[in-house]
Design a binder for this molecule. Structure first.
Ligand SMILES: NC(=O)C[C@H](N)C(=O)O
Length: 333
């Protein structure tokens, strides 16, 4: 049997970090990573495309990563992207929108401990990512600590523990068991034209509501060039309306053409603005529900939608559309 051909795109992160006087910083190449993982039953090519801690990965780097995935995808059976963990969920979510209908498996991974440390989690995570890239349906995934999840559902929930990521509001698609990589949710992939579209609007904001939040800050953002806002509201999507009327401020912004997405500060389960008065007020003012999306998916979806020139109505429609498994659409808001 011929070996599967896989590509490693390395971008830095803790996985590739070495100790320096300034603190841990990326230093190992993709080839170094592969050497330390040891033998794998695949033919693997490597390209070092970035060498950054992921806290330095920003929209400019998203574009580079998306373009490289797009450029090389047909030369390989699957692609692994090694990436720092801090912003990996944002990058994986953005790739979901920039590379719609991706036609190969693309698997992001990283580690909590550098690969050159004896008991690092990196070798296991790399092996998992390659196994996933060799066997899953096309899609954007994140592989970490024996689990493979949809990239657009992954959230970093722990700062140091090996089980740093969780798949939020959607089960992991595959898990390591004694039988190997067990596919739990076979993705229903249908061949369609893969589109690379990296146009995004980065003039957006993601804010968390807290008791005492001054809605004038929303106006200040709009006056300073903010084109769209995701608000992590309370519980099912509730927002203050007495004394400090957040809902009314949202209405004013929306009438100025600035979409406002209502997400929840609860990590799990969906927002539903219809249930309480504090949600309905915001809904009446035109707030758009993020439903069960992660904040990482909501903010990247908003950037991408605005980058396509969508207005408030289009963004509303876009957020009521499931692009690649990032949201569960049901009758609820
Ligand atoms: N574990 C990690 O990879 C954290 C690191 N600061 C990064 O995101 O690049």
């Amino acid at each position: 049997m011929t070996q599967q051909k896989l590509l490693l795109l390395s971008t830095g992160g803790t996985i590739a970090s070495v100790i320096s006087e300034e603190g841990l910083a990326p230093g190992e190449s993709g080839e170094d990573l592969l050497k330390m993982v040891g033998n794998l039953p695949y033919q693997i090519d490597v390209k070092d495309i970035l060498n950054l801690d992921s806290s330095n990965i920003q929209p400019e780097e998203w574009k580079t990563i998306a373009e490289d995935i797009y450029k090389y995808r047909h030369d390989y059976d699957g692609i692994v992207v090694s990436h720092g963990t801090d912003t990996m969920a944002y990058t994986a979510s953005m790739m979901t929108f920039m590379l719609q209908n991706i036609d190969v498996p693309v698997v992001f991974t990283g580690s909590q401990v550098p690969i050159n440390v004896l008991l690092s989690d990196a070798p296991d995570n790399m092996r998992l990512a390659f196994a996933a890239a060799a066997s899953l349906q096309p899609g954007i995934y994140l592989a970490f600590d024996s689990k493979v999840m949809r990239g657009c559902r992954a959230v970093k929930v722990r700062t140091t523990a090996f089980n740093a990521f969780e798949s939020v509001n959607f089960p992991p698609v595959a898990e390591v068991t004694s039988d190997g990589l067990e596919i739990k949710i076979p993705e229903q992939w249908q061949p369609r034209q893969c589109i690379l579209n990296t146009a995004i609007d980065t003039n957006v904001s993601l804010i968390k509501l807290f008791p005492g939040f001054d809605p004038a800050l929303l106006h200040a953002m709009a006056e300073n060039g903010c084109h769209g806002i995701v608000i992590e509201a309370y519980g099912l999507g509730g927002m203050t309306f007495i004394r400090r009327n957040v809902a009314a401020a949202i209405g004013e912004l929306i009438r100025k053409g600035i979409p406002v997405i209502a997400a929840s500060q609860c990590l799990y389960e969906r927002s539903d603005l219809t249930k309480y008065e504090v949600g309905r007020q915001a809904l009446l003012e035109g707030a758009i529900s993020a439903r069960d999306m992660t904040s990482e998916s909501a903010i990247t979806k908003l950037m991408w939608g605005l980058g396509q020139g969508m207005d408030v109505k289009d963004i509303d429609k876009f957020f009521n559309t499931n692009v690649a498994g990032e949201v569960t659409i049901d009758e609820l808001n």
